[in-house]
Design a protein around this ligand. Structure first.
Ligand code: ATP
Length: 291
């Protein structure tokens, strides 16, 4: 469904754009139909840049991204099937428009011929699908709604389209713990309906909770990817181990991350790419700085 192949993004930085920064470096992965894949990495590892390129919000420097074989093409047809929901729900709404207006805009752009009554029924049904009461949220301004309610409304808005792929970029990071789990369960439910989700997060535990497969990014490159339980139970790359060991655990004292070891896969061809250590479990050479 989503195929990201050898994708690179180089930003121009510095005064007058005189220097470059490779934010995403030859990244490849895919998301299959009805699958949640989490894209994990620390701040600045390139996660959002990848999300933005998939959504066509910024151009790629190199590589290809396709959804069902069709290259990214920002426009009405593309956004009918690919949508993004972001970290800060407040910034996604116009503060002077009531929530109804968000749904009206969808109708005007995508479904102008749907009769008003039918559209209202669709809107109510999408809002109920995200476990909100339409009467409690429609007719309100963004500041009269909570972060969790706004985030759910964004998902409801996406559901009104013929959505195939949702890019969920840190969507729970501004929510309290119980709302967060509700929104995650909602994503899991949508997956059950065949929706594919790329769940962008720096929170390993949330990625573990939700995703079938995990892609670990470091400095713009994939260092490990595979089935989530493989990556979490048997992390092969020292960076993944480091990330996992830095997750705070109840009743366990803080431990320093283990030092980066010699790469087991270096001699077996991992250099310059990913090595398939076991079926479907890929790892990059750990001698990143030497290679
Ligand atoms: N428009 C831009 N111009 C120049 N550099 C940028 C731009 N956007 C992002 N970057 C840089 O690209 C790198 C990757 O940024 P990105 O936002 O993709 O990381 P991230 O993993 O999503 O981080 P976070 O979790 O903090 O959001 C960072 O070094 C960032 O400073």
């Amino acid at each position: 469904m989503l195929k990201v192949e050898n994708v690179t993004k180089v930003y121009k930085v510095g005064t007058f754009g005189g220097r470059t920064l490779t934010a995403v470096d030859a990244v490849s992965f895919e998301v299959r139909p009805g699958e949640v894949v989490s894209l994990i990495g620390e701040s600045g590892s390139g996660k959002s840049t990848i999300g933005k390129m998939i959504l066509g919000l910024i151009p790629m420097t190199g590589g290809t991204i396709t959804v069902d074989g069709v290259p990214v093409k920002p426009g009405r047809d593309y956004y009918r099937s690919v949508q993004g929901v972001f970290q800060d729900p407040f910034s996604c709404y116009n503060p002077v428009f009531k929530a109804d207006r968000v749904f009206q805009l969808i109708k005007d752009s995508y479904y102008p011929s749907v009769p008003g009554k039918e559209w209202t029924e669709r809107v109510h049904s999408a809002i109920e699908d995200v476990r909100l009461n339409p009467r409690e949220v429609l007719g309100k301004f963004p500041h009269q709604l909570s972060g969790g309610q706004l985030q759910r409304l964004l998902i409801a808005r996406a559901l009104l389209l013929d959505l195939k792929l949702l890019i969920a970029d840190e969507i729970t990071s501004m929510l309290d713990a119980s709302t967060r789990i509700d929104v995650l369960n909602l994503l899991a439910e949508l997956k059950g309906r065949g929706l594919s989700v790329l769940y962008v997060t720096h929170d390993l535990s949330l990625g573990h909770y939700l995703a079938e497969r995990t892609v670990v990014l470091r400095s713009g490159a994939v260092v490990e990817m595979g089935l989530t339980h493989k990556v979490f139970d048997d992390p092969l790359h020292p960076y993944t181990r480091q990330l996992l060991s830095s997750v705070p655990r109840l009743h366990a004292p803080w431990e320093d991350a283990p030092p980066v070891e010699t790469c087991l896969y270096h001699e077996r061809g991992a250099t310059g790419g990913l090595y398939e250590a076991e079926p479907g479990h890929f790892v990059a050479c750990a001698k990143l700085d030497d290679c």
